[in-house]
Design a protein around this ligand. Structure first.
Ligand SMILES: C[S@@+](CC[C@H](N)C(=O)[O-])C[C@H]1O[C@@H](n2cnc3c(N)ncnc32)[C@H](O)[C@@H]1O
Length: 540
């Protein structure tokens, strides 16, 4: 079987010296007549007489190959390529000839050179020829599969790479490539098996381990995914893809705000004080375990029983370790489930007498705390159960300032009008206003207040009239959170320059355009919430 690429023997430039041109012409004639012995002799004289001509070596290689002298053909092709490395088809010929000689690694390197020079078709040709005679050939299937994938033809790539993966000797690389294609075809479960086989063949194959992580994430095994990314990083700490994937997976499970939230001393103290007053001797349910902090506070305060639930399994697992590390495993019953999946008589021995929860978003409602409380009140608490916090409020003021305006609007920059970009501006943005210079244009006002001891909550709309106390260019309303933990303890995160760590941000409700205000002007606002989200806008 001939596996040389399409290029055929070729005439020399007309500028070549007469003898060389004449010998080449004769060689071509012999070649066309199938007399490869004669053509190879003619081409060899040409090549040795004019050793700087790449074409002369190509012709010689072709004739040698036709004679079945593959080793000599390889030498001629390498000589040609040393003279002009940019001949994609000659790289292809070299690759194919090396394949004949079963020098696979050198062949792979030559195909890479051919493809790098943009001659994919030329590079593919010998592999198609190989498959015609040997449909199971692993290297050829692998090459063509990779090529199809690179061209975006994922469906064509799959059977090729599958055959490559199944061919002996088994190659980790082929299984990994098959997995990548299966993932792209939306078959992460099958991809996972392919990656696992690749890793079984080569334990330190970091790309396959990282890819396994991605497949596990796609089938919902986040814990397995994180384990895979960590394993890849243990082998290669500088492997950027695995590090990014690990960070994304961690942030998906436990967003980064968990850290400043846990470090928020004012928040923690407020909960601790209320728990020390309310929890002793009572059955406490903590909804939304996080690190387990509030449950541990309740146990320390002397609760008779503490049960807690966490909707995110990875967070629940981390909390289990935290609670164990603090010697409280036998005092706290942790359930890795959403609160609406708890049942009295199953996870809870009896209805709880105290509910503690810190499931408040910066905009108060977005962690669905009202829905959670309604369910808990109906199914998990005694009728007179205490709720910590017992009240949550959203407060705000009118706000102005260049820095904030730059966060919210795209006006003129560098001499251009960018304002049409405002089309994409969000109507609310979370910002740490403690760290952003701004001007306050009004007294504080209440936007909404929620009595958390209620049994049910309904959506609301409120018209608010706010008077400007200072002149300025108002860009919107800055909102913060106030929690009454119990009758004695209140926490709020009104922006202040002295603020420490804080998981909660402030929410900036942006006006459609800045409004110039004079002191005494009245601003009419419409505040609305649908139980899980809140918004504030200028009234029409
Ligand atoms: C803001 S964090 C507070 C964590 C911890 N309680 C603290 O104060 O440090 C809220 C946690 O509650 C979980 N969560 C929110 N709503 C939940 C619900 N209804 N049932 C179970 N877990 C919930 C979230 O996944 C998150 O881990």
């Amino acid at each position: 079987m001939s596996v040389l690429s399409p290029p055929s023997v070729a005439a020399l430039p007309t500028t070549a010296p007469y003898m060389i041109a004449e010998l080449t012409r004769q060689g071509l004639e012999h070649h066309a007549a199938g007399d490869y012995r004669a053509s190879s002799q003619a081409f060899r004289i040409v090549a040795e007489t004019a050793p700087g001509l790449p074409l002369a070596w190509n012709n010689l290689a072709l004739a040698l190959s036709a004679l079945g002298e593959a080793d000599a053909a390889v030498t001629a092709l390498r000589t040609s390529l040393s003279l002009d490395p940019d001949q994609a088809q000659i790289w292809t010929s070299l690759a194919a000839t090396l394949m004949q000689l079963e020098r696979r690694e050198e062949a792979e390197a030559a195909w890479t050179e051919a493809s790098a020079r943009g001659d994919d078709d030329a590079a593919a040709w010998p592999f198609r020829a190989i498959l015609a005679g040997d449909p199971e050939n692993g290297a050829a299937n692998a090459y063509l599969g990779r090529l199809a994938f690179a061209r975006g033809d994922v469906r064509a790539a799959e059977p090729l790479l599958r055959r490559a993966a199944e061919s002996e000797p088994l190659e980790a690389e082929h299984h990994n490539n098959l997995g990548v294609v299966l993932n792209a075809l939306g078959e992460p479960a099958a991809a996972r098996l392919a990656f696992e086989r690749a890793i079984a063949l080569r334990g330190d194959f970091v790309q396959a381990i990282n890819n396994l992580g991605a497949a596990l994430e796609a089938i919902g095994d986040e814990v397995g995914a994180v384990t895979a990314y960590r394993r890849a990083l243990a082998i290669d700490p500088g492997y950027v893809e695995a590090r990014d994937n690990l960070d994304l997976a961690c942030a998906k499970a436990a967003p980064a705000w968990h850290f400043p939230m846990m470090a928020d001393a004012a928040r923690n103290d407020a909960y601790d004080q209320a728990l020390r007053r309310v929890a002793p001797g009572r059955r406490v349910l903590d909804i939304g375990t996080g690190s387990g902090l509030l449950s541990m506070m309740a146990a320390r305060a002397g609760a008779s029983e503490v049960a807690t639930c966490e909707a995110v399994p990875q967070i629940a697992e981390a909390a289990r370790r935290v609670i164990a590390a603090n010697g409280l495993s036998d005092r706290i019953a942790l359930h890795a489930r959403h609160s609406d999946q708890l049942e009295v008589g199953r996870e809870l021995a009896a209805r709880a007498e105290v509910l503690v929860t810190e499931t408040f978003s910066s905009g108060v409602l977005s962690e669905s705390v009202l829905v959670t409380l309604e369910h808990a009140r109906r199914h998990l608490l005694t009728p007179d159960a205490a709720v910590i916090p017992r009240r949550a409020e959203a407060h705000g003021y009118l706000v102005a300032g260049e820095a904030i305006e730059a966060h919210l609007f795209a006006p003129r920059h560098a001499g251009f009008d960018l304002s049409p970009f405002d089309l994409f501006a969000p109507s609310k943005v979370g910002l740490h206003l403690d760290r952003l210079r701004h001007e306050v244009l009004s007294d504080d006002f209440e936007i909404f207040a929620f009595d958390l001891t209620q049994t049910s909550f309904t959506a609301e709309r409120r018209a608010l009239t706010v008077t400007a106390t200072r002149p300025g260019r108002c860009v919107g309303v800055a909102q913060w959170l106030r929690l009454d933990l119990d009758a004695e303890t209140t926490y709020e995160n009104r922006p202040t320059a002295e603020a420490g760590a804080n998981g909660w941000m402030h929410v900036l409700y942006r006006f459609a355009a800045p409004v110039e205000l004079k002191a005494g002007d009245e601003v009419r606002l419409l505040a609305s919430h649908n139980r899980t989200a809140m918004t504030v806008a200028l009234a029409q």
